[in-house]
Write a protein that binds this ligand. Structure first.
Ligand SMILES: [Zn+2]
Length: 469
């Protein structure tokens, strides 16, 4: 065959194959985007190691076939906040820290949720924190400042998205405007706009399929930490499952689900509570996989973090090459609850000595007070110096500091440490599964996530092989 004939043959073949693929492939019908706020590789690996040691399993999100290292910087800062990173992930453009759904000049950007909605899909926005917090807001709001809670609430109502679920709406009551006129409550405005507003868990649980537009408030503020939550309280996974049921329709849906409080306990350097938030988040992702198993050629699942928080590192100078991450399981309450528990105890028992407090510390944290004060690697036994520090904080009635020290010792016993109470510039990883997942590989930027997702919603995608663990 001559070179010319060969070239002709190849191009004809190419045209034939392309035409055939285009005819049978469609834009992706169901798209899930999960965001772990403050969740980078150390957070994911902490949970991976914990599950491996305690249950011989791992995170579902870490078993997804496509992986991409993802940079997170903001337009004006190497270290991003959740508004700039949320906007980058949602809209595909860099902006300054604090800005939501607008670029550095304050110009309106279009989010993947808005693109999906325009294309006829139903849209769900779910979070464990308030629904007008920076990350969820990035998908429907367009404001220069993430602190404009009421205005962001107005954008929520105006979005027309079909499902909002999880935490409350911060500042929903509004205030008097410049002319002295009371602003109308966001919940009332939502009802007028055709939303069914549920503000109790009973009402949320009773919602029927076919309910058109829903605002499902599981708490007036944020949902409780998974480590503190009651058995029957609604979790992130429950909202995800409900949204799937309510949004499923012939044109498909786009859903953003945020584990918003992973970040909060990374700020507080509480590894055990962070761990349980990540497992709670992973449980929500599993609901998407339950659905995807029924629609494997039509469902794309993408999981990312918006930035790292706390500078978590999976090693500690005191434990050398050893790790004891399973010890995190001995902590039974979040730092918030520890603070309250210790302060309440001291209030009720003003004359109590530190000795009587020890049992409570052991019950809540697993830390052990041994008389010899030697401590021991791989156990929760405190050293004499650690016991001394706790006794001093108690003696000084500094119960918040006492709680912080308890958490720090739990971290160190587990072989973990933190470097910051703020965010860091560490990249995150983005994992993907389903048609269109092939686009997520190598080193990408957080703005690429929206760009790639917009393509999957609009352009035909090749289905990828389904990998299972
Ligand atoms: Zn944060």
């Amino acid at each position: 065959m001559s070179a010319l004939k060969k070239a002709l043959f190849v191009s004809v073949l190419f045209v034939f194959v392309s035409a055939a693929s285009a005819a049978e492939l469609k834009p992706v019908k169901y798209v899930f985007l999960f965001i772990g706020d403050g969740m980078s590789i150390p957070q994911r690996m902490m949970a991976e190691e914990y599950l491996k040691k305690t249950q011989n399993t791992g995170l579902r999100i870490n078993a997804m076939p496509q992986q991409a290292i993802t940079t997170t910087y903001a337009a004006n800062s190497f270290i991003t906040d959740s508004a700039a990173s949320g906007t980058a992930i949602a809209c595909g453009a860099k902006t300054n820290n604090g800005a939501v759904g607008v670029n550095e000049k304050g110009e309106r950007l279009e989010s993947i949720a808005e693109v999906a909605h325009k294309s006829g899909k139903k849209v769900g926005i779910i979070s464990t924190v308030t629904l007008n917090h920076a990350t969820p807001a990035s998908f429907y709001a367009h404001r220069a400042n993430r602190g404009q809670s009421y205005d962001i609430g107005l954008d929520l109502v105006a979005s027309g998205f079909e499902y909002f679920g999880g935490g409350g709406i911060n500042g929903h009551k509004g205030s008097k405007n410049k002319e002295g006129v009371e602003q109308e409550d966001i919940f009332d405005l939502a009802k007028k706009a055709g939303y069914t507003v549920c503000r109790t868990q009973e009402k949320i649980k009773a919602l029927k399929r076919g309910t058109d537009k829903v605002v499902a408030i599981g708490s007036e503020t944020d949902l409780p930490y998974a480590i503190d939550a009651s058995e029957d309280g609604l979790k992130l996974a429950d909202f995800t499952k409900q949204a799937i049921e309510l949004l499923d329709n012939p044109k498909g849906f786009f859903m953003m689900v945020e584990g918003g409080k992973i970040d909060w306990m990374c700020h507080a350097n509480d590894a055990a509570t962070t761990l349980s938030e990540i497992i709670d988040f992973d449980n929500a992702v599993k609901k998407a996989f339950d659905f995807a198993e029924k629609h494997p050629s039509e469902t794309l699942i993408v999981v990312t973090g918006d930035h790292e928080t706390g500078g978590l590192t999976l090693g500690f100078a005191g434990t050398g090459y050893a790790s004891f991450i399973e010890l995190l399981g001995s902590q039974k309450a979040s730092l918030d609850v520890l603070k309250k528990t210790f302060a309440d105890y001291a209030k009720k028992n003003p004359e109590a000595s530190f000795d009587t407090m020890k049992a409570l510390i052991t019950e809540k944290s697993g830390l052990i007070f041994a008389a010899d004060g030697k401590g021991k690697n791989g156990t929760m036994i405190l050293t004499a110096a650690e016991q001394e520090e706790l006794a001093t904080k108690y003696g000084d009635k500094k119960y918040d500091e006492l709680s912080n020290a308890v958490i720090r010792f739990v971290n160190h016993k587990s072989g973990l440490a933190w470097t910051s109470n703020a965010h860091t510039a560490l990249p995150v990883n983005t994992t993907a599964w389903g048609p269109g997942a092939d686009a997520f590989f190598g080193m990408i930027d957080n703005t690429d996530i929206a760009k790639k997702l917009k393509q999957t919603v609009i352009q035909p995608q090749r289905q990828r092989r389904v990998f299972r663990r």
